[in-house]
Design a binder for this molecule. Structure first.
Ligand SMILES: Nc1ncnc2c1ncn2[C@@H]1O[C@H](COP(=O)(O)OP(=O)(O)OP(=O)(O)O)[C@@H](O)[C@H]1O
Ligand SMILES: [Mg+2]
Length: 267
């Protein structure tokens, strides 16, 4: 299996703050990773590196056999799908749903030419249908519900048929039904052998879709644990990552975590 992503000794420093500290991480073709950690752990920073949207202060980042710093990132970015709040914020207020997806083919947000290739429109339409958004393709993006927006963003991230798909908290702001729909769809994607390598960032163990194969836990810019999912999502590792004693349960591929009831229980 080929490496899709390889970080070696990667640190990101901004002023006095170390956002990531000596991170080593490999993602191979076919793997489905979940990245978990508390607020400020460095998850978004990690995805920004993986999306070729940030360079490390130290260490090397290799993405799809290219090394950041030695490649034109504008050639690399279409090979990587990214859905994040920061990207969604760049979508112009009056943009139609179909255009939000189709513009990914041109590496932009916001309609920039009058006529798109018919093939691109067909692909965007197909992806919106797959994500249950076909009926809403003529709507203005800003009028969609949070859950609908997330699905459009994922369809957009898939538009260029990327080799690596990065999702930064796609479940944020969703109600129970919305979250469960998303987890179901992501689980389907995880089990699709033709789907790209996946990296999903979340705060919530309940959002880990069945079929995800690996996990990376981050705290204060450090990797607490990484590897095959069952070995990583343990009570010990998760308690250390989130800084409180947790009881963790796994049932039919889904995980839950709650604070351990016993006062003063050891972490
Ligand atoms: N330019 C910057 N200068 C200083 N600190 C920064 C800068 N950018 C990010 N940080 C800090 O780096 C830390 C990691 O940020 P990051 O966005 O990667 O965290 P995160 O794990 O994605 O958090 P969240 O779960 O809240 O999204 C945070 O404490 C953040 O405030
Ligand atoms: Mg973040």
């Amino acid at each position: 299996m080929n490496d899709v992503l390889r970080l070696s000794g990667v640190s990101v420093v901004r002023g006095a703050k170390t956002l990531l500290d000596g991170v080593d991480w490999k993602v191979r073709e076919g793997e489905r990773w979940v990245v978990l950690g508390p607020n400020g752990a460095g998850k978004t920073t990690l995805l920004q590196l993986a999306a070729a949207r940030m360079h490390p202060t130290r260490g090397t980042v290799q993405i799809l056999d290219e090394t950041l710093g030695r490649v034109d990132v504008f050639d690399l970015r279409p090979r990587i799908g990214l859905a994040s709040a920061a990207l969604a914020n760049q979508i112009p207020e009056h943009e139609k749903v179909l255009n939000v997806v189709v513009t990914a083919a041109y590496g932009v947000t916001g309609r920039w030419r009058e006529a798109y290739e018919k093939d691109d429109e067909r692909r965007a339409f197909g992806l919106l249908n797959e994500w249950g958004m076909g009926p809403l393709l003529g709507r203005v993006f800003s009028t969609l519900s949070e859950g609908e927006r997330k699905r459009v963003q994922i369809a957009r991230a898939l538009m260029t048929d990327p080799e690596l798909l990065l999702l930064d908290e796609p479940g944020a702001g969703l109600d129970l039904g919305g979250r469960e729909e998303l987890v179901y769809k992501l689980s389907e994607l995880a089990q699709d052998e033709f789907a790209p390598a996946l990296v999903l960032v979340t705060h919530h163990l309940e959002e880990v879709p069945p079929g995800f194969t690996h996990a990376l836990l981050l705290r204060d810019g450090h990797v607490v644990a990484e590897g095959e999912i069952d070995g990583v999502l343990t009570e010990k590792n998760l308690s250390e990552t989130f800084g409180l004693p947790l009881d963790v349960a796994a049932n039919a591929g889904r995980y839950t975590a709650v604070r351990r009831a016993t006062a003063g229980a050891a972490v």
